[in-house]
Design a protein around this ligand. Structure first.
Ligand code: G4P
Length: 537
C-alpha cells in the first residue's frame, strides 16, 4: 500500500507526532482539588505563570478551566474545557471534566476523548461516591488510571490504609512511585520510590508559583527526617515485598495504578505526576470504528466531536465543537466531511482553547483536541474525516435520563428565541428534548436530564444566551424503559402515571412515576417488551 500523505507530513511524521501526545483527564469527587491540580499542572508546564493569573485573580480562585460565570458563582466545574500545552518534549491535552454527579454524561463524553485518567483522592476521605462512579466509566473504556492522593498537608488517613482501600473496594493494586515522609498534616516531603531519595519542598506565597524542591540522599534524609524517614522506608519495603512495585503492563491494562502523594494547593508532588504522564502514560492508539475496524493513526484525518459549547467568548456569542483527532493531520482551512450529514464542513476557524484564551490552531495530530468555532451543524458524537477511506466512530453513549420537565417560554414575545435556544441546548447535550403528543402545546417541549442541575444550567443559559426565560414544570417520572414496539404505545400512554416520550432519533421512551407503576404495567401486559436503557445504546 502506498504511504499515506497528509499535506507536507508523511506517515512517519504523523506517527512521531502522535507518540508525542498525551491526552488525559482528572476524575474526582467534588472538592477533592481537581481545579487546583489542573492549575498546578499548567503552572509546572509553564502554560501559566501564576496560579489564578488567567482570571487576573490572586490566589486560587477562578482557575483556568473554570470559565463559565455560572461555574464561578457556584464554585463548581460544569463544562469540559480543554487545556493544551507543551511539557518537556510532549504535547499535553488536559480535558477537564465536571465533578458534580449531575453532569456524569458530560464527563462520560470527556472521558471518550482521553487515553488515561488521573484519579484524584482527598487524603482525608479516600474513595468517594462520585469517584467510584467515574472510575466505572474508565474501566468500561479500559482507561489506565493514575492515582494522586491530594491534601497531604492536612490531617488525613494512614497511607497504608488508603492503599488497602484501593485493593479492597475497587480491586486496583496501588504501585507507589513516591511515599509521604510523615503522617498527613505534617507534610515533610516524599520518598522517591525509584531512586530512594528524599524530596523536600519549599513553600511559595499562596502556592501561586511552583514550589522549589531539593533532593537528599538516604543518609542525609535520615538525619533530616529521623523516625519519619525510617518509617517511610519500612512502609515502602513492606509494599514492595507484597508486590506493589511499578509494572508498566499492569498499569496499561488497568489492573494496577501508579500512586502519587502530594498537595496540589502547595504544588507539592505535582511535577512528579506530570513527569510520569510524559514518560509512561500511553500515547494515542488506533480507535475502532462502528464496524470494529481500527483506524490506524497515519490514515487520513479523522476526529469525533465529544463536546459542543456556546457562549465561550462573551464578546461574541459563538459555538465551539470540541473534537478529538483520531488519525492523520488536521490543517486549518481543510474541508472535512461530517459523516452524520454526509456534507462537507469548512474548518476556517479552528482554535486551541485555553481557559478564556484562545489561539488560532494551524495543525493538529492524533491525541489533540481541536475547537471548531461556529460549527453550528455539528453535534456531540459526530465523526469528521477527510480523504479516503471514510469512517464513522461509534456514537457516544448516553445515560438514561432521570428527570423530566415541561419547558415553556415564560415571555411569549421570545418564542422564536426559545425554540432556537432549546435546539441549541439539545445539540450541546445540556438537556435532551423529547416529543410528547400530550404536552407539545403552545410551544411547550419536554426536556429530560440525568441530573437536576442540568435544568438549572438550561434555565440560566436560556436567559443569558437567548434572552428567553423559561418556565419549567417538573414531571414526576423517574423510571425509563425503551418501548421496542411502537404499535403498543397506547398500553402505556394511559394516565398520569406513565406516558411515552419520543427522542430526536425516534426512539420511544416509556416513562413511569415509580418502579411499582412499571411493575403494574408489566403484570397487565406480560408480553410487552420494555428494555432497559444502558449507557452505550
Ligand atoms: P474541585 O475542583 O475538585 O471541586 O476542588 P478545588 O480545586 O476547587 O478545591 C477544593 C478545596 O480544596 C479548595 O478550598 C482548595 O483550595 C482546597 N485544596 C485543593 N488542594 C489542596 C491541597 O493540596 N491542600 C489543601 N489544604 N487544600 C487543598 P476552598 O476552601 O474551597 O477554597 P479556597 O478558599 O482554598 O480557595
Amino acid at each position: 500500500m502506498a504511504a499515506a500523505r497528509h499535506g507536507a507530513a508523511s506517515s512517519t511524521d504523523v506517527r512521531r507526532e502522535a507518540a508525542r501526545r498525551r491526552a488525559f483527564a482528572v476524575i474526582s469527587h467534588p472538592d477533592a482539588g481537581k481545579s487546583t491540580l489542573t492549575e498546578a499542572i499548567a503552572l509546572h508546564a509553564n502554560a501559566i505563570s501564576r496560579a489564578g493569573a488567567v482570571h487576573g485573580k490572586p490566589g486560587r480562585r477562578g482557575v483556568v478551566s473554570d470559565w463559565m460565570e455560572l461555574e464561578r458563582t457556584r464554585g463548581i466545574s460544569i463544562s469540559s474545557a480543554v487545556l493544551q500545552f507543551d511539557y518537556r518534549d510532549k504535547v499535553i491535552n488536559l480535558v477537564d471534566t465536571p465533578g458534580h454527579a449531575d453532569f456524569s454524561e458530560d464527563t462520560y463524553r470527556a472521558l471518550s476523548a482521553v487515553d488515561c485518567v488521573v484519579m484524584l483522592l482527598d487524603a482525608a476521605r479516600g474513595l468517594e461516591t462520585q469517584t467510584l462512579k467515574l472510575l466505572d466509566v474508565c474501566r468500561d473504556r479500559n482507561l489506565p488510571v493514575i492515582t494522586f492522593i491530594n491534601k497531604w498537608d492536612r490531617p488525613g488517613l494512614d497511607p497504608l490504609a488508603l492503599c488497602d482501600e484501593l485493593v479492597q473496594r475497587i480491586n486496583l493494586r496501588p504501585m507507589p512511585l513516591n511515599w509521604p515522609v510523615s503522617r498527613a498534616g505534617l507534610f515533610r516531603g516524599l520518598l522517591d520510590c525509584h531512586d530512594g531519595t528524599f524530596v523536600r519542598y519549599g513553600r511559595t506565597a499562596g502556592g501561586a508559583t511552583a514550589a522549589p524542591q531539593e533532593r537528599l540522599d538516604p543518609r542525609n534524609a535520615q538525619a533530616a527526617a529521623g523516625e519519619d524517614w525510617a518509617r517511610a522506608q519500612d512502609e515502602v519495603r513492606l509494599l514492595a515485598e507484597s508486590g506493589h512495585t511499578f509494572d508498566l503492563e499492569t498499569f496499561l491494562s488497568g489492573q494496577a495504578s501508579p500512586l502519587f502523594f502530594g498537595a496540589a494547593v502547595l504544588n507539592h508532588g505535582v511535577r512528579e505526576l506530570l513527569d510520569f504522564l510524559v514518560d509512561l502514560a500511553p500515547a494515542p492508539t488506533p480507535r475502532s470504528d462502528t464496524t470494529g475496524n481500527q483506524r490506524e493513526l497515519d490514515t487520513s484525518f479523522s476526529a469525533f466531536v465529544f463536546k459542543v459549547q456556546t457562549g465561550m467568548n462573551p464578546a461574541h456569542r459563538d459555538q465551539v465543537a470540541f473534537a478529538r483527532v483520531c488519525s492523520g493531520v488536521f490543517e486549518r482551512g481543510m474541508v472535512v466531511t461530517n459523516a452524520a450529514a454526509g456534507r462537507p464542513f469548512a474548518t476556517k476557524y479552528v482554535h486551541q482553547v485555553f481557559g478564556q484564551q484562545r489561539t488560532t490552531l494551524d495543525i493538529a495530530y492524533p491525541g489533540d483536541v481541536i475547537g471548531l468555532v461556529n460549527a453550528t451543524t455539528l453535534s456531540v458524537g459526530d465523526t469528521l474525516y477527510s480523504g479516503k477511506p471514510g469512517v464513522v466512530f461509534p456514537r457516544l453513549p448516553s445515560f438514561a435520563p432521570a428527570h423530566f420537565a415541561v419547558a415553556r417560554p415564560a415571555d411569549l414575545s421570545r418564542v422564536k428565541q426559545f425554540h432556537r435556544g432549546i435546539a441549541q441546548l439539545q445539540a450541546e447535550g445540556v438537556v435532551r428534548v423529547l416529543r410528547s403528543e400530550r404536552r407539545n402545546r403552545g410551544g411547550a417541549v419536554v426536556v429530560a436530564a440525568v441530573g437536576m442541575m442540568q435544568f438549572d444550567v438550561a434555565a440560566y443559559r436560556m436567559v443569558s444566551d437567548y434572552g428567553s426565560p423559561i418556565a419549567l414544570d417538573h414531571l414526576e417520572y423517574s423510571v425509563v424503559r425503551r418501548l421496542t414496539d411502537p404499535r403498543r404505545r397506547h398500553l402505556i400512554d394511559t394516565g398520569s402515571r406513565s406516558e411515552v416520550l419520543v427522542r430526536a432519533d425516534g426512539t420511544e421512551l416509556a416513562v413511569f412515576t415509580s418502579r411499582s407503576d412499571l411493575a403494574a404495567v408489566r403484570r397487565r401486559h406480560p408480553d410487552l417488551e420494555l428494555a432497559r436503557l444502558v449507557a452505550g445504546v
